[in-house]
Design a protein around this ligand. Structure first.
Ligand SMILES: Cc1cc2nc3c(=O)[nH]c(=O)nc-3n(C[C@H](O)[C@H](O)[C@H](O)COP(=O)(O)OP(=O)(O)OC[C@H]3O[C@@H](n4cnc5c(N)ncnc54)[C@H](O)[C@@H]3O)c2cc1C
Ligand SMILES: O=C(O)[C@@H]1CCCC=N1
Length: 386
């Protein structure tokens, strides 16, 4: 095996590619992780300081995967002696008869510890928040904040400690499938028996070299931070939780937030959709319709925040038609595995996605039923998209 030959190449050092590479190296596979930008970078989907981790989902299979995933997060914390998770709880609010009931049932069925907050007791538990008319509320007490940038640094560092090789600043410009896959970057040519593509918003650009296109939409998210009128009112240290406001008449998509933590006195609140964008041109996308929706919501429900964003950063979602991930073999090249379409909720699953993509790439039976994540589910809807 020459120095350019690997057991496996992973393209894309976001959260999913980094955890996949780490799992491969743990399994003694000679692994190369390629990244187009110089690391760390803020041009994909995994940057920023925080993400929400939760078991509150409307499908059992995500809640089941999170059971093991919490353990994997904790193992990594121990292994690297670093804190990646802070428990805050997650306040779920939503119209009483809608998705809220589905979340509640999934949590109850799976025996996740929750606290139901009757309307008359709501403000005693959650000060400075107005529960919307007709909404109900509960808290998933296991939920919290993940430290995102720190996670990437940690998992990439652990991968390198295991002998893994990272080559950053190396944009992949060609892939030649075959029993040995050849991957060409702007400055090198590498070969491997197996390839994993975890390219986030650039998934289809890379897949075009393999004759496949997936029904993915890339959207820009305005990551908004809002100033506390009274410092500390929504602070993580005062045990303010993360929250999800489920979709309602007023906002057709979820609104979610994290307690003030990363920037002093600023709470992060975002809208769970945004305008379509080209990943290489996202700064040209200036649509702020999402911010108007957030301003109205904050004025009504978070009276302790100034309803004008103090900081606006940006990030991207890569969304599938059903909002479920893609974790599968390439339909015509079985030694190419794809992790894509994490639809704005994939970070918390990083450790388990890494484990599953590693299993798939090694031809092992995956630890979970991956039928919700198969590529063929799209065939019924749009053959031409594939
Ligand atoms: C604002 C925001 C808030 C979110 N909140 C949450 C949350 O609270 N909880 C949660 O669980 N999830 C959340 N998510 C979703 C989560 O962050 C994403 O699902 C996850 O980061 C996707 O990771 P990825 O590795 O697939 O993509 P990316 O992080 O984009 O990684 C792909 C990588 O591939 C590289 N690449 C692409 N093309 C090439 C090429 N040709 N050559 C080499 N490298 C290449 C890119 O540069 C990039 O580094 C949020 C996302 C956003 C944007
Ligand atoms: O995945 C998450 O927890 C966040 C919050 C809800 C919407 C998407 N991302």
């Amino acid at each position: 095996m020459s120095s350019q030959d690997y057991d496996c190449i992973v393209i894309g050092a976001g959260v999913q590619g980094s955890f996949t590479a780490y799992n491969l190296a743990k399994n003694n596979k000679k692994t190369l992780l390629l990244e187009q930008f110089v690391l760390p970078h803020s041009r994909g989907s995994s940057h920023g300081q925080t993400r929400i981790i939760r078991k509150a989902y409307d499908e059992d299979y995500y809640t089941h995967m999170m059971e093991e995933c919490y353990q994997l997060w904790s193992q990594l914390e121990k292994e690297a002696n670093v804190k990646l998770y802070r428990r805050t709880g997650l306040l779920v609010m939503g119209p009483e008869q809608g998705d809220y009931q589905v979340f509640k049932s999934t949590l109850e069925r799976n025996k996740v510890p929750i606290v139901i907050l009757p309307r008359e007791e709501f403000s005693q538990h959650i000060p400075h928040v107005n529960l919307s008319q007709g909404n109900a509320a509960l808290v998933d007490t296991t939920a919290g904040v993940l430290y995102a940038d720190r996670t990437l640094k940690t998992v990439q560092g652990q991968f390198q400690k295991l002998g893994g090789v990272i080559k950053d600043g190396q944009k992949v410009i060609d892939i030649t499938p075959g029993s040995v896959v050849t991957v060409t970057t702007v400055s090198g040519v590498y070969r491997a028996k197996r390839l994993v593509i975890t390219a986030g918003p650039w998934a289809n650009t890379l897949l075009s070299h393999t004759g496949l296109q997936l029904p993915l939409q890339v959207i820009k998210i305005n990551v908004c931070y809002w100033s506390e009128k009274i410092p500390g009112s929504y602070n993580v240290q005062h045990r303010f939780p993360c929250f999800i406001q489920l979709e309602s008449e007023e906002a057709k998509h979820h609104i979610y937030g994290l307690p003030s933590n990363e920037y002093p006195g600023l709470m992060k609140i975002c809208y769970h959709t945004g305008p379509e964008t080209d990943p290489d041109e996202r700064d040209r996308q200036t649509d702020r319709g999402d911010i108007d929706i957030l301003q109205r919501y904050i004025t009504r429900c978070f009276p302790g925040l100034v309803p004008i964003p103090a900081v606006v950063e940006s990030c991207m979602y890569t969304v599938t038609p059903d909002d479920h991930f893609i974790l599968d073999h390439h339909p015509t090249h079985s030694n190419i595995v794809i992790g894509a379409g994490f639809s704005g909720h994939g970070f918390k699953f990083g450790p388990i996605v890494g484990k599953l993509l590693c299993e798939l790439s090694q031809g092992e039976v995956p630890s979970y039923d991956l039928s919700p994540f198969r590529i063929r589910r799209f065939q019924a809807h749009s053959k031409s998209a594939l």
